[in-house]
Design a protein around this ligand. Structure first.
Ligand code: 4NP
Length: 156
């Protein structure tokens, strides 16, 4: 069965598109049957491609995210996805407020899936420079690896 995973940050133009891409690559690498998407808690960037610095950071790591488009998370996402993964604690708090009662979707922070980094945020690189986006890529890759491995283990 395909496990459906949604990554959520604030704008859906920096961190969550990178997490979506890193997770997709990792799932493919380990043979996990998964579908990934991303969304923002805010709607300012709806319909826009990822930030050009995020596109560049992904490209430096061999991944093209230029075709992604931002959207806002909805209450319906809690029915459509098995796992909803927040990039920082503010995103997580917003998702907990939005979550419909009785929703079965599992909520977590991305770095909860990395031993020793539980509870940590993937820092917002929006006001930073290119090097911040490389840190973001490394963080989301680490989180995506841990999450994919855990899901593969749960599936086996
Ligand atoms: P993201 O970064 O949440 O990682 O996509 C941001 C993008 C846009 C804004 C803030 C953070 N903004 O304020 O417009």
């Amino acid at each position: 069965m395909t496990v459906k995973v949604l990554f959520v940050c604030l704008g859906n133009i920096c961190r969550s598109p990178l997490a979506e891409a890193a997770f997709r690559a990792e799932a493919e690498r380990i043979g996990l049957d998964a579908a990934a998407d991303s969304a923002g808690t805010g709607d300012w960037h709806r319909g826009q491609p990822p930030d050009r610095r995020a596109i560049a950071a992904a490209r430096r790591n061999g991944v093209d995210i230029s075709g992604l488009r931002a959207r806002q998370v909805t209450r319906g996402d809690f029915d459509r996805f098995d796992q909803i993964v927040a990039l920082d604690e503010e995103n997580l708090a917003d998702l907990e407020r939005l979550r419909p009662e009785g929703s079965q979707a599992r909520l977590s922070l991305l770095l909860d899936h990395v031993a020793g980094r539980e509870g940590q945020a993937v820092a917002d690189p929006y006001y930073g420079g290119d090097s911040h986006f490389d840190v973001t890529w490394n963080d989301v890759t680490e989180g995506a690896r841990g999450l994919a491995r855990a899901l593969a283990g749960a599936d086996a």
